[in-house]
Design a protein. Structure first.
Length: 105
């Protein structure tokens, strides 16, 4: 095989395209939206942020972190990252190496 024509390939999949939405501008808009309407779960961002520039067409609330308490309420608690499903199991066994209790694995 010729080393000059060999391509380097990443063994991991590329991240989804929505990671580009996490810009400092969009995160600042989300913070401003939450400051102006802290208790509205589905705010009209175009009306609330009408004095701001470059408001995206997609909902800014999609940038919020997932709530772990909602995940743990489910009988088979799991979360998804990049299309892979990860189950959250409660583990109450002590960890003998550092003498702390391991809560989630």
């Amino acid at each position: 095989m010729n080393d000059d024509t060999t391509e380097l390939r990443n063994p991991f999949p590329s991240p989804p395209s929505h990671y580009t939405r996490y810009t400092s501008h969009n995160l600042a808009l989300l913070a401003l939206l939450k400051q102006r309407e802290p208790h509205d779960p589905d705010p009209n961002q175009h009306e609330i942020l009408n004095d701001q520039n470059d408001i995206p067409d997609w909902p800014l609330v999609q940038l919020e972190k997932p709530r772990i308490d909602w995940i743990l309420e489910e009988p088979d608690a799991y979360y998804e990252v990049f299309g892979d499903r990860w189950f959250v199991r409660l583990n109450k066994t002590p960890n003998p190496e550092n003498k702390f209790t391991l809560k989630y694995t």
